[in-house]
Design a binder for this molecule. Structure first.
Ligand SMILES: Nc1nc2c(ncn2[C@@H]2O[C@H](COP(=O)(O)OP(=O)(O)OP(=O)(O)O)[C@@H](O)[C@H]2O)c(=O)[nH]1
Ligand SMILES: [Mg+2]
Length: 443
């Protein structure tokens, strides 16, 4: 979502860091660029104006302009102000109470039902036992949709016959939680086409009857500034404690995500990054700011890696890396582990310095290059995988035929691997070993 903005900001800031001394005029030129980039990304104009003014004020100070690292310092100011812009209120996800009631509200199609299931997975990871409540008394299909999602993740759903008042459904859900010894109740409410009084009254009733510890407003980030006005209307009418921004994986320009907290004063607590129930990220302003500025997002990456990567295998890999004994088998392993972490382009965009390569890497995946690489390695014998120097041309031809690729494909892979091995040796002897070295050397 932030690709275009990110590219423009990186180019602008890159021109600042690329030189020794910078002048006030340089800062002003950069600020003009940043202003345009933000406006084009559909960030609220008032937010842009204030943001640029704050950055400029700090950047033209004596200490900054007169230092030798002025360019870098301006980048840091932009980063810190971006973090500030994305941070509002208390971002803690509260789960006090037994059961803790969490209500999801929002317009039709914003992603409430999907987010309900995603949140259920999230609270399970926190060691809690959720029950979901289908609080849509108008469309039985809505409860069916929630049930399907819940079944896939093994979580019970409380539902009631069509026509049951919403408050009664939610109360019933709280009772069901007590009966089944479940300590979190996540309520999926019915959507409306627009912000209307009936909807607000319904949410207020749920609030009065069950005192949710969190009332999370689900907004579709793809709708741009519309999302911001919808959020403003909700926040004015009901006690919203946080936002879930969905469809961050889409190709909208990102302005909504960047301005919504600044405009409403309500913190974003989660981001939806895909249709599947595991596509939910806890919102970290500093990480998003770094990602946008191309500084990578190592923390998210490390967390994701911890979730999907086999720790024992990773430790073994690290050990072999340290000894400089990285083989084609390891390459195959790490490729497979890497793919479990998500689309390669997305993963790369989180690694500092590799953000710019993300698009190209994803394109390579889409062209089937990873699959070809896998096929080639699988067509080698164990001895060949351990020591590719034995690969003479007849062996290479055999491998090409066996993997359904061509001789140049095989040659290219062997060359890439040899270069990678060299790089690994340098990294490990330089002390920068570990999973990150392996990741960074992937391409
Ligand atoms: N790409 C993407 N799609 C999403 C995300 N969240 C939800 N969706 C999709 O958006 C559509 C609507 O999602 P729902 O969860 O049904 O939305 P809802 O708010 O419950 O809709 P109503 O109950 O009709 O008001 C579905 O097709 C979801 O798969 C997300 O983070 N990324
Ligand atoms: Mg729904």
């Amino acid at each position: 979502m932030f690709d275009t903005l990110s590219e423009r900001l990186r180019r602008t800031l890159g021109s600042l860091t690329g030189r020794g001394r910078i002048s006030e005029a340089d800062v002003d030129a950069a600020m003009r660029e940043i202003r345009l980039a933000l406006l084009e990304a559909d960030v609220n104009f008032k937010v842009v104006k204030e943001f640029v003014a704050r950055v400029r004020e700090k950047a033209v100070g004596h200490e900054v302009l007169e230092s030798l690292s002025a360019g870098q310092q301006v980048v840091k100011i932009v980063h810190d102000e971006l973090v500030e812009l994305l941070s509002a209120g208390d971002r803690t996800f509260h789960l006090a109470g037994n059961p803790a009631v969490v209500a999801l509200v929002g317009l039709q199609g914003s992603g409430k039902t999907t987010s309900t299931a995603k949140l259920a997975r999230h609270v399970i990871k926190l060691g809690r036992r959720p029950v979901l409540v289908a609080a849509d008394p108008y469309r039985p299909a809505a409860a069916d949709q929630l049930e399907t999602l819940a079944k896939a993740i093994g979580v019970p759903v409380h539902r009631a016959p069509v026509g049951t008042p919403v408050v009664d459904i939610v109360r019933g859900g709280v009772e069901a939680a007590r009966r089944q010894v479940r300590d979190v109740v996540i309520v999926d409410t019915a959507g409306r086409l627009s912000v209307d009084e009936a909807l607000m009254a319904e949410i207020a009733d749920i609030d009065a009857a069950t005192h949710p510890v969190e009332t999370l407003l689900v907004v579709d980030a793809m709708t741009g500034q519309e999302a911001v006005s919808v959020a403003q209307a909700f926040v004015a009418a009901v006690p919203v404690t946080g936002l879930i921004l969905t469809k961050i994986d889409g190709d909208a320009r990102g302005g909504a995500a960047l301005s919504i907290s600044a405009v409403t004063g309500v913190p974003v607590k989660f981001m939806g990054t895909g249709e599947k129930t595991d596509a939910l990220e806890v919102f970290h302003p500093d990480r998003l700011a770094s990602r946008i500025l191309g500084m990578g997002d190592i923390l998210t990456l490390v967390e994701r890696a911890q979730e999907v990567v086999d720790q024992k295998q990773a430790a073994q890999l690290e050990e072999r890396l340290r000894k400089g004994a990285f083989t084609l088998d390891d390459m195959l392993d790490s490729m497979q582990q890497m793919q479990k972490m998500g689309p390669l382009g997305q993963v790369m965009s989180m690694i500092p310095g590799l953000g710019g390569l993300a698009g190209e890497a994803q394109a390579a995946v889409d062209r089937g290059e990873l699959r070809r690489t896998e096929a080639i390695i699988r067509s080698m014998t164990r001895a060949e995988r351990r020591d590719p120097t034995v690969l003479n041309s007849s062996r290479r031809r055999r491998i090409a035929a066996g993997s359904g690729t061509t001789l140049p494909d095989v040659n290219r892979l062997v060359k890439q691997f040899t270069e990678m091995q060299k790089l690994m040796k340098q990294l490990s002897s330089g002390g920068r070993r570990g999973a990150l070295g392996a990741l960074a050397g992937r391409r």
